[in-house]
Design a protein around this ligand. Structure first.
Ligand SMILES: C[S@@+](CC[C@H](N)C(=O)[O-])C[C@H]1O[C@@H](n2cnc3c(N)ncnc32)[C@H](O)[C@@H]1O
Ligand code: SF4
Length: 385
């Protein structure tokens, strides 16, 4: 099992433009705010680090007052590569100054193909970045067009090459399947091109219709079709077959990796581990307490720069909610969940699902059989009774 550990997430809420399908906390046309936002990230990171684990743990929880070693940093967005590389490198260096980050920590930056340069990547590598997660989405021009992507279908390949030549050790590609204009052949080709690019990790997501997006609005007024569930199920199966045949293994419903290349940071999420979240709208979790920061980048920056807490909400999960989340997230991974962490589960349902070939019960662990991947969330609901 790949080790994960404690993580740090840093959110960058800026994009060159909004893709038609995306509802992440990110904004186009706000570049003027970037310098203040970078200063705010630095201030907030210092504040959180200085306050120590007792400030993020549930009140009354025992901590020894010292941060444990951080095994991963993930800079996500939005488009982190829209920040000047020196600024982002400075934030990453600061993280190492104020938190105990393991020397061999996995440090990932999400990147958009059109904002990747060899020089920028080299600056990030010098600051410890060793993994890039690149949004390719598709290698079919008409699919990129439907999604409202601004890059051509060759751009992700040039960007992978640039990251590699700058010394980035690990490159992951994001793909989206089931776009209404995509054919079976387009999807097979996208997978093949992603493999030919020499990537060691692929995230493949079924297109979802987010109400608060341009695509969502088009679906609502009948101007664009919603994705077809059956087509998406077939494409997911095609992805699994092709990636598995190429030596990848599926370690989460939407994620495949070559041996040893699983994303440690995301494993922390799926194992319900502990992580700090810094940046506008970032979420964190520590020993059952979950909190989130102010969502609007301008407001976040003002508050962070004033030295005040940027937390806008929190909840302490009760035992039943923690168990539900553990099961829901754990069953989406190949390693499954320790049965002791999710008891009580419906024993009769376990038996039925095992009999149906959807679930494996290794006594101390529950995990999905390949036939269960497509219905992971339904299985969780059935096990919860
Ligand atoms: C928030 S983006 C950040 C990465 C980067 N900005 C990019 O677009 O290349 C992370 C990934 O989420 C996925 N994603 C976002 N919205 C989605 C949607 N509605 N359906 C499926 N996947 C989506 C895309 O694959 C995207 O690469
Ligand atoms: S998919 Fe990526 S580039 Fe497109 S709007 Fe979302 S975060 Fe920005």
């Amino acid at each position: 099992m790949t080790a994960s550990g404690v993580g740090l997430y840093v959110h960058v809420p800026f994009c060159a433009h909004r893709c038609h399908y995306c509802d992440f906390n990110t904004y186009a046309g706000m570049d003027d705010l970037i310098p203040a936002y970078v200063a705010a990230l630095r201030a907030d990171l210092r504040r959180v680090a200085t306050a120590g684990p007792q400030d993020v743990a549930p009140s009354g929880a025992e901590t020894d007052g010292e941060w444990p070693l951080f095994a991963s940093i993930f800079v996500g967005g939005g488009t982190p590569t829209l920040l000047p590389a020196n600024d982002l490198a400075g934030v990453l260096r600061l993280a190492r100054d104020v938190l105990p980050v393991a020397p061999d920590a996995e440090v990932t930056v999400e990147a958009n193909p059109e904002s990747v340069t060899v020089e920028g990547m080299a600056t990030l590598v010098a600051a410890g970045v060793n993994r890039v997660s690149m949004g390719a989405q598709s290698f079919a021009p008409h699919v990129l067009d439907f999604l409202g992507r601004w890059h051509d279908s060759e751009a992700p390949l040039r960007a992978v090459e640039a990251a590699r030549s700058a010394g980035v050790a690990r490159v992951s590609l994001d793909l989206i399947y089931g776009v209404p204009t995509e054919t079976d052949a387009d999807w097979r080709r996208s997978l093949d091109v992603a493999l030919a690019a020499g990537t060691d990790h692929v995230s493949a997501y079924a297109l979802t219709v987010e109400p608060n997006t341009e695509y969502g609005a088009r679906v609502r007024r009948g101007a664009a079709p919603a994705p077809d569930d059956d087509v998406q199920a077939t494409r997911m199966a095609v992805a699994d077959r092709r990636l598995t045949a190429a030596g990848f293994s599926r370690y989460e419903v939407s994620n495949w990796a070559r041996p040893g290349q699983q994303c440690r940071h995301n494993l922390t999420y799926w194992r319900s581990g502990n992580w700090l979240g810094v940046g506008a709208g970032a979420h964190g979790h520590w020993s059952g307490r979950r909190w989130w920061s102010l969502r609007a980048p301008g407001r976040y920056a003002d508050v962070a720069l004033s030295g005040a807490s940027t937390t806008s909400g929190e909840e302490v999960l009760d035992a039943a909610t923690r168990r539900t989340e553990r099961l829901w997230l754990g069953l989406r991974t190949a390693e499954g969940v320790a049965r002791a962490d999710v008891e009580p589960v419906d024993a009769a349902e376990v038996k039925r699902l095992v009999g149906a070939g959807l679930l494996a019960d290794d006594r101390d662990r529950l995990r999905l059989e390949p036939g269960g991947w497509a219905v992971a969330d339904d299985i969780t609901l059935r096990l919860l009774g």
